[in-house]
Design a protein around this ligand. Structure first.
Ligand code: DNO
Ligand code: MN
Length: 365
């Protein structure tokens, strides 16, 4: 398991890379050019700037999160080919810089959706929260105002320019069914997977967050059956997954550990975090500890260990603790704690495996 940490770039992230370096075992930053609008080609000199900066701090840039997919591609509009051509050129340039994995998602309009960015937990920390009843009565435009207005930093997936044309987008999606979305995803994959393969890059789709329809928009990367279907759309190793335990875990019927065992070598990037779900459909992000949420992080780590996972991992979101002023979900402290929890489990699993091997050898003698 290669540990990484999401970092939003110089001037766009409050956490200095020197501090990230102090978290044990973090080898790379997970990055993106957040100011380039979805659908545009990423300039090579900008990519190289990030690489240089990361390397100066002793980090690799193997994982990009995300190269966002233009809405016209998801909508299947004739204009999509221009954006797909740009996507291919971006893949080629990222490969030139040594990138190995590209995370992306295929969620219409919104990336992750929550109703509250700073919901207070019992211990006084705050975290991202999803209130089911609230979302049902909420006008998406109101939510955007609230979410965007509550953060001083631009949040990926909630960029103001992307959301300006919200009503038009909703109008366009009115006629897009889940089946249409599958067809549009297949079209996209058939175009880009061969390019990724030629460039030794693994594409890793992020599941929908939450893994069910919100605001009546279709969502398809939501459960085991659909992920099987996704992998078969283009049945090649380069067509893989970002397995996000927190996104999938927001639906308690999803067994994430089982998915890890099943999808094994098609998982190129692991997002590991916990959420606590409630019977009314609400969920809140918690610390990584298994007993704090409803996602069994211990079992998830066992599953990754069992499949011999050598891919990239990151702690995904964290709570806001110790008074830290940070980007919602992306503070330093709780993600640092999360990493240490993951290492604690992983190191013990490694040690146990070694000891079992020694024991077996001595029995043979
Ligand atoms: C949620 C986060 C997501 C993720 C994007 C990937 O679990 O990891 O916001 O960054 O969906 O495209
Ligand atoms: Mn995630």
């Amino acid at each position: 398991m290669k540990m990484t940490f999401r970092w939003f770039g110089e001037g766009n992230d409050l956490i200095p890379l020197e501090h990230v370096k102090q978290i044990p075992g973090v080898e790379g930053i997970v990055w993106a050019l957040h100011d380039i609008p979805a659908g545009e080609e990423w300039p090579l000199d900008r990519i190289m700037e990030v690489k240089e900066l990361a390397n100066q701090h002793g980090f690799h840039i193997d994982v990009v999160e995300s190269v966002n997919v233009h809405e016209d591609i998801k909508l299947g509009l004739p204009t999509r080919d221009r954006y797909i051509a740009n996507y291919k050129r971006t893949i080629e340039k990222l490969a030139q810089a040594g990138v190995k994995v590209i995370c992306y998602n295929f969620m219409p309009v919104f990336d992750w959706t929550r109703t509250d960015l700073f919901k207070e937990l019992e211990d006084g920390s705050t975290a991202l929260f999803f209130e089911n009843a609230k979302i049902k009565d909420l006008d998406p435009v109101e939510l955007v105002k609230e979410i965007a207005g509550n953060s001083t930093l631009t949040m990926p997936g909630w960029e103001p320019e992307r959301l300006q044309s919200l009503s038009k987008l909703f109008e366009q999606y009115k006629y897009v069914t889940e089946e249409d979305l599958w067809v549009n995803l297949q079209y996209f994959l058939e175009e880009i997977i061969p390019v990724a393969e030629e460039n030794d890059i693994k594409m890793a789709i992020h599941p929908d967050d939450p893994p069910f329809s919100v605001f009546g928009l279709p969502r398809i990367i939501i459960n085991k059956e659909n992920i099987h279907r996704f992998l078969k759309l283009v049945d090649r190793p380069a067509n893989g997954l970002t397995l996000c335990s927190g996104s999938l875990g927001a639906n308690p019927t999803n067994d994430v550990a089982e998915m890890i065992r099943e999808f094994a070598c098609r998982i190129h990037f692991a997002h590991i975090r916990n959420v606590k779900t409630y019977d009314n459909g609400d969920f809140i992000e918690t610390s990584h500890r298994s007993s704090d949420g409803t996602v069994d992080i211990l079992e998830i780590m066992k599953a990754y260990h069992e499949i011999g996972f050598t891919g990239y991992a990151r702690p995904d979101h964290g709570r806001h603790i110790w008074g830290e002023k940070c980007r919602p979900g992306y503070g330093l402290y709780d993600r640092g704690l999360g990493i240490m929890y993951l290492w604690g489990i992983w190191d013990l699993l490694e040690r146990t495996k070694k000891e079992e091997a020694l024991c077996y050898q001595s029995m043979k003698i």
